[in-house]
Design a protein around this ligand. Structure first.
Ligand code: ADP
Length: 362
């Protein structure tokens, strides 16, 4: 599939503040790609660089194979054919739906009749025909969101950039709106680069996810690759709550109450962590005093609807007490003080050598 947008080694600063560092990124035709990471990691800056609102200090950005940005070259934002759905680009409150969408067509050299046709087309796509003369304040948050998307889609862009598009909506509405939006975008085959700090939203929406940390790409891949094969503890922890057992590597292995785990890149004496997702810790039944089976004591249980959260305490061979959490489906049958046996779902367990944080590497 042809590449729509490509970042090659792009770096940027705001004055003395580094924002992104040697970013590589590729979005294919019709793909939805999410940038996922904590606040301040550089996600919005990547969008602003793609939009032409910031210029790279290093590297190049290509759109459909054409150079659009480098330290010495900038194609103006309005010449890029990119649609923006940013929070700072909210609907104009004093304009009707139709006027808002026409605004998005301002820079297009097309006849008034063609503009009217486009307004009709995009309103049809977002299922809001008949709302032409409505003012934004007369619509729900979700409807306004769809109009903002329609305004971005009206000029028929190849690529849409969305910055936390669903952040202002309550959780039930958000799920419905993002489902609607995904259908509209997939139907039109428009490529999307979107920013989110919500891993579930990223997994739901995206063909590909790029996890960003401190201005650098930690890992890119399909949602399933990142969830099942995170390349480090940061990525693993971004996709759900985890237990963490830290220790030092000895003979290429990390000793834990669940046995010895071989550490890739085995550097004896270095720190390593065993990461166990809450859902990867399995309570196998009531405990037996068998030295070979990891035993734990139930400290507390909480019913959270479809599953329960069980807080457990177990002895580490180094003498420390380990506090772990298990997420078990349905109503659990355990009470505080119960002795239980623990097992692991290997697909939810990861071992990583601990490394310096990116900022220490810069
Ligand atoms: P995110 O979108 O992931 O929250 P940003 O791209 O907004 O991250 O910010 C990346 C870094 O750049 C942060 O350290 C932030 O404080 C800084 N930054 C963002 N915008 C500006 C600005 N206009 N001026 C100075 N620093 C900025």
């Amino acid at each position: 599939m042809p590449t729509m947008l490509e970042f090659k080694g792009v770096s940027h600063r705001y004055g003395n503040t580094p924002s992104v560092h040697q970013i590589d990124l590729a979005i294919d035709d019709g793909q939805v790609v999410s940038l996922l990471g904590p606040s301040g990691c550089g996600k919005s800056t990547i969008l602003r660089l793609a939009a032409g609102l910031e210029q790279p200090l290093e590297g190049e950005i290509y759109l459909n194979g054409e150079l659009i940005a480098s330290p010495t070259h900038m194609v103006a934002p309005e010449k890029r054919g990119i649609g923006l759905v940013f929070q700072d680009y909210a609907l104009f409150p004093h304009m009707t739906v139709k006027e808002n969408i026409l605004y998005g067509l301002n820079t297009q050299k097309i006849s008034a009749a063609e503009k009217d046709k486009r307004v009709h087309e995009v309103l049809d796509h977002i299922d809001l025909l008949g709302f032409e003369d409505t003012m934004p304040h007369q619509m729900s948050g979700g409807q306004q969101q769809r109009v903002a998307l329609a305004r971005a889609l009206a000029p028929k862009p190849n690529l849409i950039l969305q910055d936390e598009p669903y952040a202002g909506l309550d959780s039930r509405l958000r799920e419905r709106i993002r489902d609607d939006m995904l259908h509209i975008l997939k139907e039109l085959g428009t490529a999307v680069l979107m920013v989110t700090h919500d891993s579930e939203e990223a997994m739901f929406m995206s063909d590909n996810i790029t996890v960003v940390r401190e201005g650098m790409v930690e890992q890119s891949g399909r949602p399933i690759d990142l969830y099942c094969r995170p390349s480090n503890a940061f990525v693993a922890e971004f996709f759900g709550e985890v237990n963490r057992i830290d220790g030092k590597i000895s003979n290429g292995k990390l000793m834990t109450p669940f046995g010895a785990f071989a550490v890739p890149g085995r550097a004896d004496g270095r720190d390593a962590s065993l990461i166990i997702r809450y859902e990867g810790l399995v309570i196998e039944g009531s405990g037996t005093p068998d030295a070979d089976v990891p035993n734990a004591e139930v400290m507390e249980t909480r019913l959270l609807g479809r599953y329960s959260l069980v807080h457990l305490s177990m002895a580490h061979h180094n003498g420390e007490e380990l506090h772990l959490h298990a997420r078990v489906p349905g109503l659990n049958m355990f009470s505080p003080g119960d002795a239980v046996c623990l097992g692991l779902d290997e697909s939810q367990v990861f071992i990583f050598q601990r490394r310096l944080t990116p900022s220490q590497n810069i």
